[in-house]
Design a protein around this ligand. Structure first.
Ligand code: AMP
Length: 390
């Protein structure tokens, strides 16, 4: 069964509460938005609801105000940017609950933006009375904040049962469509590429994806924990010694599914432009900073034969050229493969953008933590709370 979508709702004349993710980076004491990417990502759902006759109540958290009002984490600058993007007025509420907010309830085609949900500690506590107050503002509930769906808060879980219908917004629906495809009956061969700094962050993802995918390609520093567990020398590369047994167990369970790098780009220090060498075995005193060209070629050929690719985490220290080459080459291989591709995690997104191939990736997830939990096989509370489509 799939979740109810905003497209299944009768929105005409209804007041719709849309939980959005407006947790944007701010500068200048909270006055300037440094990236409006998340605001733009919510526009299709907002526009859809307006086009179908709804009055909109938009709500989000921003930063970590720890349950108290904080002018540096106000959503006011977002109301202004949203007005520009929508080309219509957006009223800013002084709070997210209370009589002043109730008096501002929007009429059809009006947009009201609530103040930061986390100015109330009850939001993160998933408090029932607070959830009821939020729910009392609206007729229908839509969650478009995939990036917060792994949190059981009042605005993502608590309030949903007090509203007649709870549905996924267009962005949430898109996330669920691709991540569900990747984890349930994907087109085959289906492969995963996992990189980044630590095995420990992605143990559950590796264990779950191992049950699903045909090959699991490992890159980044996490490869060195696996290689060390095999008894291979890794020099001074980043390693998690307390995870060697676990890495050994995962490899034993995986048969030949788990694929490790066969060569490496090494340097004596982690510095952009450092002198580097390409080696099969990392010498003492050297640090592995990227996958080598033979590994790139092997991985690219596995990628090109696949029908679905899930990628999370860079193949090396891609922030410091020339140690970005492996990651960029893999990004290009994924884009060129024609496979359905799902990329998650902030760093992998940066990598596909810097490789200039973002527009050829089927889906770039907007939620790092949420997409990792989904790929771990966990049910996200913010998704579970929504009604099933019948
Ligand atoms: P994650 O957040 O787990 O996806 O890790 C991303 C970070 O892993 C990036 O900042 C990379 O620089 C880092 N990383 C990737 N490969 C290596 C490596 N071989 N050595 C040290 N750090 C790495």
């Amino acid at each position: 069964m799939s979740k109810l979508s905003i497209k299944d709702l009768d929105l005409q004349g209804k007041r719709v509460f849309v939980r959005v993710d407006f947790n944007v980076p701010l500068s200048n004491g909270g006055r300037e938005i440094t990236s409006d990417k998340r605001i733009k990502a919510s526009i299709p759902t907002i526009q859809y609801a307006l086009d179908h006759g709804a009055g909109l109540i938009l709500a989000s958290h921003l930063g970590r105000p720890k349950g108290k009002p904080n002018a540096e984490m106000s959503l006011k600058p977002i109301a202004k940017r949203l007005e520009e993007l929508l080309g219509r007025p957006v009223r800013m509420a002084p709070d997210c609950v209370g009589s002043e907010v109730e008096a501002m309830k929007p009429a059809p085609s009006e947009v009201l933006l609530l103040e930061n949900l986390r100015f109330h500690a009850e939001e993160e506590q998933n408090d029932e009375a607070f959830s009821r107050q939020l729910a009392a503002l609206c007729d229908l509930y839509v969650n478009d904040a995939f990036g917060s769906a792994h949190r059981a808060h009042a605005s993502t879980v608590g309030m949903v049962k007090f509203v007649s219908q709870g549905a996924a917004g267009l962005l949430m629906e898109q996330e669920l469509k691709y991540l569900t495809l990747a984890t349930k009956n994907p087109p085959r061969p289906c492969i995963a590429i996992l990189g980044g700094a630590k095995v420990s962050d992605k143990i559950e993802v590796i264990a779950n994806l191992m049950k699903i995918v045909d090959r699991l390609l490992i890159g980044g520093a996490m490869a060195y924990t696996f290689l060390k567990a095999q008894g291979v020398s890794i020099g001074k590369s980043l390693v998690e010694d307390d995870k060697l047994d676990l890495a050994g167990e995962l490899m034993a369970e995986s048969g030949d599914k788990l694929v490790l790098p066969v060569d490496h780009v090494v340097a004596a220090e982690i510095v952009a432009g450092a002198e580097f060498k390409i080696v099969d075995i990392i010498p003492d005193g050297m640090i592995g900073l990227d996958i080598g060209p033979r590994t790139v070629a092997d991985y690219a050929s596995i990628v090109s034969a696949s029908k679905m690719v899930v990628w999370n985490g860079p193949m090396g220290v891609f922030e410091k050229p020339p140690f970005d080459r492996g990651t960029v080459a893999i990004a290009k291989a994924v884009a060129d493969s024609g496979a359905i591709s799902v990329v998650g995690g902030g760093d992998s997104e940066k990598a596909v953008k810097s490789a200039g191939v973002a527009d050829r990736i089927s889906h770039i997830s907007t939620g790092g933590g949420a997409s990792l939990e989904f790929l771990s096989g966990m049910e996200l509370p913010g998704v579970a709370a929504l009604n099933e489509r019948r």
